[in-house]
Ligand binder design. Structure first.
Ligand SMILES: [Zn+2]
Length: 194
């Protein structure tokens, strides 16, 4: 694999890797092929194209900016270094008013084609199981966005319009603060893990 990668480095590919931020993103990709040819994809995916995420948003007109760099690491593992950035409009569960949740996320996926190969993946990679090719590109991004969502969206207490309705009792305040830090329990079902 390493040998193949080295060969790829010296070969010329068409078209050249994305140079424009406004390049059109493909709907479907073969991530292994992109890794072997060292491609980079960048562009914007609309939030309303994401069927698992968009029902959780108050407005899905926006988009998520993504950069995905596909490569083969020195050990021969196909990897994707990704960055994404967006602002998700959510409803504050304390006051039920709209709030925004900025997301800036970096991730590094290790691509595997079977459950069995997940074990052999170096620990620094988040396993991404490619069951069949092509892969729906937005699925990868949607998974990452779902992971970035808070379990219970809430304004900062100092900014929440409902703070005046809250008892000044400190017990109540501290319990609502605790809620914000709950892990992503309910979201697990939404994330594709089969
Ligand atoms: Zn609020």
């Amino acid at each position: 694999m390493l040998e193949f990668f080295d060969t790829c480095q010296t070969r010329r590919y068409n078209p050249p890797p994305m140079t424009s931020h406004h390049s059109r993103l493909p709907l479907h990709i073969d991530p292994f092929r992109l890794a072997h040819t060292g491609q980079c994809l960048s562009g914007t995916i609309k939030l309303n194209q994401m069927p698992r995420l968009s029902p959780l948003l108050t407005d899905s007109q926006g988009g998520v900016e993504i950069v995905l760099e596909f490569s083969i690491d020195p050990a021969g593992v196909a990897i994707v270094n990704g960055r994404l950035q967006t602002v998700l409009p959510l409803v504050c569960q304390r006051c039920t008013e709209n709030m925004t949740w900025p997301v800036r996320s970096e991730f590094c996926l290790g691509l595997v084609s079977s459950e069995a190969s997940i074990e052999g993946l170096p620990a620094q990679y988040e396993p991404y199981l490619v069951e069949s090719v092509p892969v729906f590109l937005q699925d990868i991004i949607e998974d990452e966005l779902l992971l970035a969502l808070p379990q219970i969206p809430k304004h900062d207490l100092s900014e929440c319009p409902a703070r005046s309705y809250l008892s000044t009792d400190t017990t109540e305040q501290s319990s609502s603060e605790t809620d914000t830090h709950q892990p992503f329990a309910g979201l697990k079902d939404l994330i594709k893990n089969d």
